[in-house]
Design a protein around this ligand. Structure first.
Ligand SMILES: *[C@@H]1O[C@H](CO)[C@@H](O)[C@H](O)[C@H]1NC(C)=O
Ligand SMILES: *[C@@H]1O[C@H](CO)[C@@H](O)[C@H](O)[C@H]1NC(C)=O
Ligand SMILES: *[C@@H]1O[C@H](CO)[C@@H](O)[C@H](O)[C@H]1NC(C)=O
Ligand SMILES: *[C@@H]1O[C@H](CO)[C@@H](O)[C@H](O)[C@H]1NC(C)=O
Ligand SMILES: *[C@@H]1O[C@H](CO)[C@@H](O)[C@H](O)[C@H]1NC(C)=O
Length: 473
């Protein structure tokens, strides 16, 4: 840190001396670092477009790449002249430039010869009062320089993503998140072969995912979530995205079966396809995705069986959310082999059968949700498990599930699950019946020391009923 500060200080001193030297020569016209007037004017008018006419760059920042730097603007030297490389507008830092309600794209933007990165945040805020669309022409002028384009949180930025973005062949990061963009994603974006990050989440994009997107062989992050994309997942996508680490297509209208080819995304660590219309059961090849840490497929009418996958292969999973998927069948024991699991969501399905006791042995589990199924039998977990998990063990809403009497003290009972003893009372074993015959109602109660008030009341009613039955006999 200290070294960094010192070197910065040296640079400042050198810059100061340079300027001082120029000033001493009395050459006040060239007081700033060498920068073409065109470049300076283009910078001023670009920023003025975003922040408003009252912003007077030449007044406030006569030497924008030198001794009067503009917050959010970076420069670099090319052939002995200063050029603007980065422009960041919006409330990113305390003293950042903020946009005016009437912000607009000034086309002089495209004459900045070495612009590498353009970001604006919270700039076009009102789709009602000042809807603005992205200029469709001009971007090709930035084709040989622009590496990063980010428009964040601009609900007033409407219309389509211009297909001319497909000409920005150096682009590594295209982030258009939480804007008001609509229409289809232009297929020719697929020619951005250097893209590492594609984030178009939180817009109103519709149509299908273009097959050309399979051409992003360098892509690491793909987030198209929270749009209105439809159609099936194109197989071509999975053959091409060989480097992908994160794929988030959640909250769209995608349908059909997850293609087998998905397992070609060998390095994927996050797959989120939740809240779509995917169906036809889980795809078996998912089990080959051994790098997955987060698998979220919840809220799809998927159907089919949880058991068709060999879960124990996916040992890196920390999050497994398969809730609300219309899954049926049992809970496979192999889920408990996922030792890194922190979150397990299997709630709101139609799962049946027993809950595997070995789920208790998941060392890092902080939430296990099994509620809203048709699970049956006696819960086999220890009291320690219930007290550790509290309500983050959710098994309520399973009609025929119970926890055994005697195992659990009333403070640590699984929430919303009934006690097995009540069922036994209804079945009424011979032993209890004979006690009743002998009129020892009180004795049979005190033997159920752990019953809560409701349980005692229930057993009273049941036993009285049995007495009446026996008397009638
Ligand atoms: C900025 O200020 C200068 C000098 O004060 C003035 O000449 C110029 O017209 C102003 N420019 C704008 C765009 O207001
Ligand atoms: C996948 O990850 C491994 C290890 O991190 C790496 O060596 C390999 O190049 C990656 N594969 C691709 C296609 O990026
Ligand atoms: C759930 O699956 C069953 C078949 O198991 C099917 O009949 C039903 O339509 C599915 N429900 C939904 C909401 O998809
Ligand atoms: C629950 O499972 C039982 C069989 O164990 C079955 O008879 C019943 O129909 C299921 N209930 C629901 C709501 O699926
Ligand atoms: C019921 O009481 C009779 C006599 O009081 C006794 O012989 C019998 O063993 C009792 N039955 C049971 C099951 O305790």
């Amino acid at each position: 840190m200290r070294g960094f500060k010192n070197s910065r200080f040296c640079v400042l001193v050198i810059i100061f001396l340079l300027h001082f030297g120029v000033w001493c020569n009395g050459d006040t016209e060239n007081m700033g670092a060498p920068m073409e007037q065109n470049e300076i004017n283009a910078l001023y008018s670009t920023i003025q477009g975003f922040v408003g006419k009252s912003w007077n760059g030449s007044d406030l920042y006569p030497d924008p790449c030198g001794w009067t730097p503009i917050q959010g603007v970076s420069c670099d030297l090319f052939d002995g002249f200063w050029y603007v490389t980065d422009i960041n507008i919006g409330p990113i830092h305390d003293n950042s430039l903020s946009c005016t309600p009437n912000a607009e794209f000034n086309l002089n933007l495209f004459t900045l010869k070495h612009l590498k990165s353009l970001l604006f945040f919270n700039c076009f805020v009102s789709p009602r009062h000042h809807p603005t669309s992205i200029p469709s022409e001009g971007w090709e002028l930035l084709a040989s320089t622009l590496e990063s384009l980010e428009f964040r949180s601009n609900p007033g930025l409407i219309g389509q993503i211009p297909s001319t973005f497909g000409r920005l062949r150096k682009l590594q990061s295209l982030v258009l998140i939480e804007n008001g963009l609509s229409g289809e994603m232009p297929p020719n974006l697929g020619s951005l072969v250097n893209l590492r990050r594609l984030v178009l989440a939180g817009n109103k994009l519709n149509g299908e995912i273009p097959e050309t997107f399979g051409g992003f062989t360098q892509l690491l992050i793909c987030d198209l979530s929270r749009n209105s994309l439809s159609g099936v997942l194109p197989k071509a996508l999975f053959g091409g995205l060989v480097s992908l680490l994160k794929l988030d297509l959640s909250s769209n209208n995608l349908q059909g079966k997850i293609p087998q080819e998905i397992s070609k995304l060998k390095n994927l660590t996050l797959l989120d396809l939740s809240n779509n219309k995917l169906s036809n059961g889980l795809t078996k090849s998912l089990q080959e995705m051994t790098c997955l840490e987060e698998l979220v497929l919840s809220k799809n009418p998927m159907g089919g069986f949880l058991e068709i996958l060999d879960w124990h292969n996916m040992r890196k999973l920390t999050t497994l959310d398969l809730s609300n998927m219309n899954l049926t069948g049992g809970i496979p024991k192999s889920i408990a082999d996922l030792k890194k699991l922190r979150f397990l969501g299997l709630n709101d399905n139609k799962l049946m059968g027993d809950i595997p006791k070995n789920l208790e042995n998941l060392p890092y589990a902080s939430a296990i949700y099994l509620y809203g199924n048709n699970l049956t039998g006696e819960l086999q977990f220890s009291e320690w498990f219930y007290s550790k998990m509290g309500r983050r063990f959710g098994a309520w809403g399973n009609e025929n599930l119970c926890y055994p009497i005697g195992l659990v003290s009333t403070s640590n009972v699984p929430y919303g699950v009934k006690q097995c003893q009540q069922e036994l009372n209804i079945v009424m074993d011979l032993d209890t019946k004979s006690k009743l015959v002998n009129g020892s109602l009180l004795n049979s109660q005190s033997s159920m020391g752990y019953l809560n008030d409701y349980g005692i009341w229930r057993s009273y009613v049941v036993e009285l009923f049995m007495v009446i039955l026996l008397l009638l006999n």
